[in-house]
Design a protein around this ligand. Structure first.
Ligand code: SAH
Ligand code: SF4
Length: 380
């Protein structure tokens, strides 16, 4: 049976017309799916019972079945394991930042102000960031040694609908609490540029003004560096943010950690990023998981700074890129250790001294194995 979230609006329209229904029914269903996050035909109370029954007969509404949920001890990270229609499983994560419920101080300050009005800039900002990390494949074919998803190998591509449904699941969950998704990072299981068409179709779907209407700039796609796909992404002039998983500044080290580097070495990736930056004027982020004594050394930091300055420095000495470092998250199949606090600071200092912006990413949900590179979609 076809998954309802796999159908674009024209396909849904022809399906309804074939059933003898007027075309505007498709719009009604579209709004139900993407504005009210319905996931069962019974919820479409604006449709006749007989049409609801026909929909249930012909289309699958439960694209993803949540089978377990882990919540971090601070309640800010939730990881959900979903079963797919063929029994495979994937995971997706919600990360809350700046939860207003916890900012008691801000509320009492507001209450104490003489006018009782919040400053204009704060009005309407009732919630903090709600970032989803979504998957694009079951497993991954890229085999990065430090990544749990890579360690499980490639099982299959997710369809557009299976990617979209992860966002709809959390949109529904947040909506019940009066909240909204604010950002989506395509950094869960799988390599999005190895499933380019379905990933972009999912982003376009979520972007649709008649549907969920989620701005392209609020997406970030992370890729291991598939050069032809980076070029295609550049040609398509997408407004989506781009992150590249670099992790090493020389090819020998990078190839030992990310086997795909043998096919697309560092300089080719950086050249493709340069084209992207000059075509779009947008910044690129480079991801770097710091592994003790492997890629957290001052030499690697210096080599990285030199490469980035050489590739992205412009006449005004600006650099349209920045580096995100994160201490390695432990995974079962890799013996490497996370770097130390001191070495993270040192790494950042060397980059910044050379004029390269660097942010240290917070590790989130590590204990519930919801951190970067820890998702495996294991049903047991
Ligand atoms: N396949 C894509 C996106 C999914 S991985 C990519 O590789 O970019 C999301 C991010 O987690 C990537 O930057 C990846 O390099 C990083 N990552 C993988 N395993 C990790 C680990 N054990 N610790 C920290 N980051 C990890
Ligand atoms: Fe795949 Fe990304 Fe993991 Fe590498 S880091 S194995 S590309 S999911």
């Amino acid at each position: 049976m076809r998954l309802i979230h796999d159908l674009p609006l024209p396909a849904l329209t022809s399906f309804l017309v074939e059933l003898g229904e007027p075309a505007y029914r498709a719009q009604q269903i579209w709004q139900g799916l993407y504005q009210h996050f319905y996931n069962s035909p019974d919820q479409f109370t604006n449709l006749s019972i007989s049409l609801r029954a026909k929909l249930a007969e012909n289309l699958q509404f439960e694209v993803l079945t949540p089978i377990s949920q882990l919540v971090s001890s601070d309640k800010q990270t939730i990881k959900t394991l979903f079963r797919l229609h063929d029994g495979q499983a994937i995971e997706a994560v919600l990360m809350r930042y700046g939860d207003p419920a916890s900012s008691e101080a801000e509320r009492s300050r507001d209450a104490a102000s003489t006018t009782g009005l919040r400053p204009y800039a704060q009005r309407g900002r009732k919630q903090g960031r709600r970032t989803l990390c979504i998957s694009t494949q079951v497993g991954c074919a890229m085999g990065c040694v430090f990544c749990a998803t890579g360690q499980m190998g490639f099982r299959r591509q997710l369809s557009c609908g299976e990617i979209v449904a992860q966002v709809m699941y959390y949109a529904r969950l947040l909506d019940a609490q009066g909240e909204k998704v604010t950002n989506v990072v395509v950094m869960g299981m799988g390599e999005p540029f190895h499933n380019y068409d379905n990933t972009m179709a999912a982003i376009d779907r979520l972007n649709d003004p008649q549907g969920y209407n989620f701005g392209a700039r609020r997406f970030t796609i992370s890729t291991v560096g598939l050069v032809p796909a980076i070029r295609r992404f550049t040609r398509e002039r997408r407004q989506v943010n781009l992150a590249i998983s670099l992790h090493a500044a020389d090819d020998a080290l990078r190839s030992s950690m990310l086997p795909v580097n043998k096919k697309y070495p560092i300089d080719e990736i950086l050249a493709a990023c340069r084209e992207y930056i000059s075509a779009t004027g947008r910044r690129v982020s480079f991801e770097w998981a710091l592994i003790r004594d492997i890629n957290d050394t001052p030499e690697q930091a210096r080599m990285l700074a030199t490469k980035l300055r050489g590739s992205f420095g412009d006449a005004q000495h600006r650099l349209l890129c920045h580096v995100n470092v994160i201490p390695l998250n432990p995974t079962q199949g890799y013996p490497g250790q996370p770097t130390t606090r001191h070495r993270v600071e040192k790494f950042k200092e060397i980059l910044e001294h050379a004029g390269v912006a660097c942010t240290i990413r917070l590790r989130r949900g590590v204990k519930i194995r919801a951190g970067c590179g820890q998702l495996v979609g294991c049903v047991d």
